[in-house]
Design a protein around this ligand. Structure first.
Ligand SMILES: C[S@@+](CC[C@H](N)C(=O)[O-])C[C@H]1O[C@@H](n2cnc3c(N)ncnc32)[C@H](O)[C@@H]1O
Length: 217
């Protein structure tokens, strides 16, 4: 028999997952604050950017930037390039815009309220794409990754990060999540896949891959 406290816990968990997927309202603002200040969140974002090998003139896109920790890191590296971001949560667009106000004003960073299913135009091809704990929420992720591949220049890079946040997640959960990301990237036509792991609890996995040199199908 389900006790009242079990069902309360399940409701709270469902609300938390829903807010991680799409932070909204007052709770969404608090969730964004936690994303921005939780030590492991900050570390995995800073680490992910360090793996992407961003050069000063790069044009980089982050999908699902949340409160904008990785956006700030990307902007610090792409000093003569451009950083784009899309997130379907208005609360996150506002937080990330405040966090990166100077770079947004200088037009080095452009943050758009949009979903990965309806990306805006970025003009010229991109050099790199990043998504941290976001791809797991995308509808039809392989199709989304194919679309992202078309936006990348040949040999452009992609990094997808997963740090599973489900209750009881372990190193095995991370390994399985990394395998899923690798399968999706392979199906979408990316090549030269490699996996890096950051020793958090549970660990974060970053799957890096390249766009092949040929014309995307
Ligand atoms: C778990 S949060 C991670 C935020 C940030 N990347 C981090 O690591 O702190 C997932 C983010 O992805 C965004 N997101 C989820 N599905 C999306 C979609 N279909 N299109 C755009 N953004 C999406 C959410 O709004 C949220 O900001």
């Amino acid at each position: 028999m389900r006790t009242a406290s079990t069902s309360l816990r399940q409701r709270a968990l469902r609300e938390l997952v829903s807010q991680a997927h799409h932070p909204r309202g007052i709770v969404g603002r608090v969730v964004g604050w936690i994303f921005a200040h939780r030590h492991s969140n900050r570390r995995r974002n800073i680490w992910a950017v360090s793996l992407l090998d961003v050069r000063p003139t790069d044009r980089v896109l982050e999908i699902g930037f949340g409160p904008g920790i990785a956006i700030a890191e990307l902007a610090a590296r792409a000093t003569r390039g451009h950083v784009f971001g899309v997130d379907h949560s208005l609360a996150m667009v506002r937080q990330a815009t405040r966090r990166n106000a100077a770079a947004v004003r200088a037009r080095r960073v452009r943050l758009t309220h949009a979903s990965v299913e309806r990306l805006p135009s970025f003009g010229e091809p991109l050099d790199a794409v990043l998504a941290v704990n976001s791809a797991g929420f995308w509808p039809d992720p392989v199709e989304r990754l194919r679309e992202l591949r078309r936006l990348l220049r040949p040999v452009g890079r992609i990094a997808l990060v997963s740090q599973p946040r489900c209750p009881g997640a372990t190193r095995d959960t991370t390994t399985r999540a990394a395998q899923e990301l690798q399968d999706m990237l392979t199906q979408a036509g990316f090549v030269h896949l490699r996996v890096e792991t950051l020793d958090l609890d549970p660990p974060a996995a970053c799957v890096l891959a390249d766009n092949p040199t040929g014309t995307p199908s």
